[in-house]
Design a binder for this molecule. Structure first.
Ligand SMILES: Cc1ncc(COP(=O)(O)O)c(C=O)c1O
Length: 397
């Protein structure tokens, strides 16, 4: 038998050439930009989007993560001097923004503190890096995933030998749209995580992966976890909600599961349907499996969905087995909130505007409108309450 000989790369340029061959052969690179605190900047070359193997997150699962959505905003007002005879383009610009970034960053830092990981940067710097990364990526629709890790150092169990924690983030250019088709789910037989681990978003997602695979093997979209007291918990990477036959919207308490940013926003928006008489009430509560299976409507709730109707559970129809009207009304509320952009929030500015004009160093500078008089060299754009520097010091490799 001929022995297979393992190739030894003689130089980093030889290795890089091989990696570039791989990426050059794909139609579209799905990862337009990555940030790494280990590199200290933004990387545009997918071949270099790597993390060290001695990072505690890689070999011990000592890391936490979160995900935000990048979306094209609708028209919003630019904070620029308005010419005497303004043209429409002087007022508005189709922007990109990060949905609910603040909430995601708060949860991210909470998860990190529970995992005894101290972020290398304060929240404001994490925020600035993510905005610049998203702008440098030029991605108009996709996801922004980010991680805090104990950092590289050694392969031991304790992270005492990892001197500096690490922050990584990547932009994934991907298409998603409002979910309108109903899906089937099963009860997961994979044990759910105990509250300490389920309530924080750490990288130990093996139970979640196995739970999703189990559902797929059984012809379902995903699964539902039921806790040790028999109450409905959540899906493998989504929250779950129910509409009763009395038109009450009920979501399980968040004390043993991940406090979903989308679910929390849904709970803020849903009272609009109470005001117009469609829903009777909105609440979080313990829901038994029996009550849940007897609901009129059921849905998954999560960042990229944002609401996904569920029409069948363990082979039994939910309600009439069709996509529920109230589920779709709730879905419309969140979807409109996502796509509408910052202007609709009347000063809340929940959706962070990406800086118009922020470009990577590899691209020619676009013509920029004259900024409000803050002196030469300071170019600020965005909404009045949340102005973002168009050019700041982040390095682009
Ligand atoms: C276990 C789990 N539950 C719920 C969610 C939904 O959270 P969000 O709405 O913030 O995406 C997620 C998201 O990844 C998750 O992993």
């Amino acid at each position: 038998m001929e022995e297979s000989k393992v190739h030894v790369f003689k130089s980093s340029s030889e290795l890089l050439e091989k990696l570039h061959q791989k990426w050059n052969s794909v139609d579209k690179v799905p990862y337009p930009a990555m940030y790494s605190s280990v590199y200290g900047g933004i990387i545009l070359d997918p071949a270099m989007m790597v993390i060290p193997i001695d990072d505690h997150m890689v070999h011990r699962g000592h890391g936490v993560f979160d995900t935000s959505i990048i979306l094209d905003g609708m028209k919003f007002h630019l904070d620029i001097k308005i010419p005497f005879h303004p043209k429409p383009q002087d007022f508005f610009y189709f922007g990109r923004y990060l949905y609910e970034l603040d909430g995601h960053l708060d949860r991210f830092l909470l998860s990190a503190s529970r995992a005894k990981i101290t972020s290398p940067f304060p929240k404001s710097t994490l925020y600035t890096i993510l905005v610049q990364l998203a702008a440098a990526s030029n991605c108009k629709k996709g996801t922004l995933r980010y991680w805090l890790s104990a950092g590289p150092g050694d392969f031991l169990l304790s992270s005492a030998g990892c001197p500096t924690s690490a922050f990584y983030a990547i932009v994934i250019d991907e298409e998603f749209s409002q979910c309108k088709e109903g899906v089937k789910v099963i009860t997961s037989t994979i044990p759910m995580k105990v509250p300490l681990f389920a309530t924080s978003k750490n990288v130990n997602y093996l139970p979640n992966v196995l739970s999703k695979l189990e559902a797929e093997e059984k012809g379902a979209f995903a699964s539902i976890w039921v806790d040790d007291e028999g109450y409905v918990a959540e899906g493998p990477n989504v929250n779950v909600g129910f509409v009763t036959h009395e038109n009450e919207l009920i979501l399980p308490f968040f004390d043993k599961i991940l406090s979903g940013c989308t679910a929390k926003r849904l709970l803020e928006l849903a009272p609009k349907l109470v005001e117009n008489g469609s829903l009777k009430s909105v609440k979080t509560a313990n829901i038994t499996v029996e009550e849940a299976k007897g609901a009129a409507e059921m849905m998954y709730i999560g960042s990229t969905l944002p609401v996904l109707p569920i029409i069948e559970w363990d082979g039994k129809a939910i309600g009439n087995g069709k996509v529920g009207d109230l589920t779709m009304a709730l879905s419309d509320l969140v979807w409109e909130d996502m796509v509408a952009g910052p202007e609709t929030h009347r000063g809340e500015h929940r959706n962070r505007v990406l800086a118009f004009g922020t470009r990577t160093a590899l691209e020619p500078e676009p013509p920029v409108p004259e900024p409000i008089g803050t002196g030469s060299g300071s170019h600020f754009f965005g909404t009045a309450n949340r102005r973002i520097p168009a050019k700041t010091g982040s390095t682009v490799f």
